[in-house]
Design a protein. Structure first.
Length: 202
């Protein structure tokens, strides 16, 4: 502790369980008590960032979403694909299906398909989202993903223990290099749930 500076511990909400699609912002995250320790969460909404796929226009709304279920020790992050103007809505609808899936302990591929069916039912044609979703069961992490939302697991010393691989590739268009998503859920393409399972360090 630095001399002359009073340390204030984080305000941790200890009530369990939490089952939400939270709206907390990353610059002011909420910190809660989860089964494996303190959990901080929020979204970096990207409002004001320039989106080249929108012709260089700046984003005006949050196209990210989270699902936090500390009772099930289950979590998911969604990055809406907003090139057609509906990324925020698509991410929210997909998040709602994952929230249901966590509650009902559904397999990842089933939840993925349910999310695609929800987009079709809501008549969302081209918008969608990339995601990573996982549950922690004792010393094992079980997850699935689509696209370029990355999960990184760190050791206590800060080194990388595990990270998912982005399902994307670089493409050169008009002299510019851009990231092309190879897998996602959208109204026109269900994509697929890519599973991953790891044994966590002790």
């Amino acid at each position: 502790m630095t001399e002359g500076i009073e340390y204030t511990p984080p305000d941790i909400t200890r009530a369990l369980p939490i089952d939400e699609i939270p709206l907390d912002r990353l610059e002011n995250p909420r910190i809660v008590q989860a089964p494996n320790g303190a959990l901080a969460f929020g979204t970096d909404e990207g409002v004001g960032y320039t989106d080249e796929e929108l012709g260089g226009k700046k984003k005006k709304e949050n196209e990210d979403a989270l699902v936090v279920n500390t009772g099930k020790n289950a979590y998911a992050v969604f990055d809406g694909l907003g090139s057609y103007g509906g990324g925020a809505k698509a991410a929210r609808l997909i998040a709602e299906e994952f929230q249901k899936g966590f509650r009902e302990d559904l397999p990842g591929d089933v939840v993925h398909r349910n999310a695609y069916d929800r987009l079709k039912a809501e008549k969302i044609d081209k918008d969608g989202a990339c995601y990573v979703a996982f549950t922690i069961d004792q010393n094992f992490l079980h997850g699935h993903m689509a696209g370029d939302v990355r999960l990184v697991v760190l050791r206590p010393n800060g080194s990388v223990f595990f990270e998912t691989r982005d399902e994307s590739d670089l493409e050169s268009v008009g002299g510019k290099t851009r990231d092309v998503i190879l897998n996602a859920i959208s109204g026109e393409d269900p994509g697929e749930a890519t599973p991953f399972n790891i044994e966590l360090f002790r």
